[in-house]
Write a protein that binds this ligand. Structure first.
Ligand SMILES: NC(=O)C1=CN([C@@H]2O[C@H](COP(=O)(O)OP(=O)(O)OC[C@H]3O[C@@H](n4cnc5c(N)ncnc54)[C@H](OP(=O)(O)O)[C@@H]3O)[C@@H](O)[C@H]2O)C=CC1
Ligand SMILES: CC(C)(CO)C(=O)C(=O)O
Length: 320
């Protein structure tokens, strides 16, 4: 089984490292030749609570993404795990465009929405799976830390099922589920992945922009009444949009948001981390998508819209 991990950042090194440690052939793909070179000289570590996995320089296969299609000509992979941020999806698609007539199994791990249709429309013969994970991966100088052990769900979103040329292949997703389980991830194939996608979107839309603007860890959001009121306003606006769009989610998502704040209390959200590092955030794919959905169903989401512009105004240089 050959697994191509595209994007050798936090999530890529965590999943790729553990999949390789479990005996799979993993090929890591990077944006730059410099990063490929560094990884191939130094290898990397996956640090977990119980153990540390070392992927040494003589074990790692890593190349810049520009070489992927050439390698695929003589050695195609079985799974392509897309582990770049939303903001890099189009660049990756551009790099792998010559594979568009082939059938690839692509698993997309991004937070937010919008990317699945971009990937599907550019790779019409591929099986595109959506992955939702509550794992927490943090990039370090020498590798990655598994900061929180979570759950991983994979499935085919109905957003792309109807436009896909490929019928849903349940066996492929079960095969990936098995690989991830053997590698030590709690993983489930879900026929209701959309509910999980939209639940995660709502959680991210409430937590991420506020932590990025107030520059506080997730847990601090729920320590002050005025912050909770603002979160509730974001939640109510998004919930009205979901109802008008016919999106149904099980359980009390407001409670789940408060519980994520508690369970990840000391975490820096991914959006705050991007802002602090002067990187482009995923705000368009999270808050921006809530605003667009509102527009499509004749509503508005004014608080989300203001946050979208505030965060976008920080980019690309971030706040020092
Ligand atoms: N980290 C986590 O715990 C979780 C992350 N996610 C989601 O997973 C996705 C990835 O997140 P994360 O791993 O944290 O992000 P990182 O920024 O840590 O990693 C992304 C990696 O992709 C690389 N990259 C960028 N452009 C390309 C390209 N064209 N070709 C190949 N590689 C490229 C980046 O390289 P460079 O740095 O050189 O630009 C970087 O190494 C995001 O959408 C995030 O929301 C979801 C759940 C949990
Ligand atoms: C759930 C949460 C908010 C955890 O930090 C997250 O997914 C993120 O930071 O993007």
């Amino acid at each position: 089984m050959i697994i191509d991990v595209v994007g050798s950042g936090s999530l890529g090194l965590l999943y790729g490292g553990k999949l390789q440690d479990a005996g799979n052939e993993v090929r890591f793909w990077t944006r730059t030749a410099e990063q490929a070179n560094k990884l191939s000289v130094e290898g990397f570590k996956v640090t977990e609570r119980e153990k540390t996995i070392q992927i040494s320089s003589d074990q790692i296969q890593v190349k810049p993404i520009t070489e992927l299609t050439r390698v695929w000509e003589h050695s195609p992979g079985d799974w392509l795990l897309l582990m770049v941020k939303q903001t890099a999806i189009k660049d990756v698609i551009h790099e792998i465009a010559s594979l568009k007539t082939r059938v690839l199994n692509i698993a997309c791990f991004q937070n937010g929405i919008g990317h699945l249709n971009v990937v599907q429309s550019n790779m019409p013969h591929s099986n595109i799976y959506s992955v939702i994970t509550t794992e927490g991966a943090k990039r370090q100088q020498d590798g990655v830390i598994r900061a929180g052990i979570g759950e991983t769900w994979l499935g085919k979103s109905s957003d792309i099922r109807s436009s896909s040329l490929m019928p849903m292949d349940q066996n492929e997703s079960i095969r990936l589920q098995g690989l991830l389980q053997q590698a030590g991830f709690g993983c489930t194939v879900s026929n209701e992945i959309d509910k999980l996608i939209y639940r995660k979107l709502l959680i991210n839309a409430v937590i991420n922009p506020l932590t990025a603007i107030w520059r506080i860890p997730n847990g601090e959001l729920i320590t002050r009444e005025e912050r909770i009121m603002f979160m509730r306003q974001l939640y109510d606006e998004a919930w009205a949009v979901y109802e008008a769009s016919g999106i149904l989610i099980d359980g009390d998502v407001w409670d789940q948001i408060l519980s994520v704040c508690r369970s990840t209390a000391s975490n820096t959200s991914s959006m705050l981390s991007d802002v602090l590092h002067g990187q482009q955030t995923e705000v368009q794919s999270i808050t921006g998508q809530i605003v667009s959905m509102a527009c499509r169903c004749g509503l508005s989401a004014p608080t989300h819209e203001v946050l979208l512009h505030l965060i976008e105004g920080m980019q690309p240089e971030g706040v020092s």
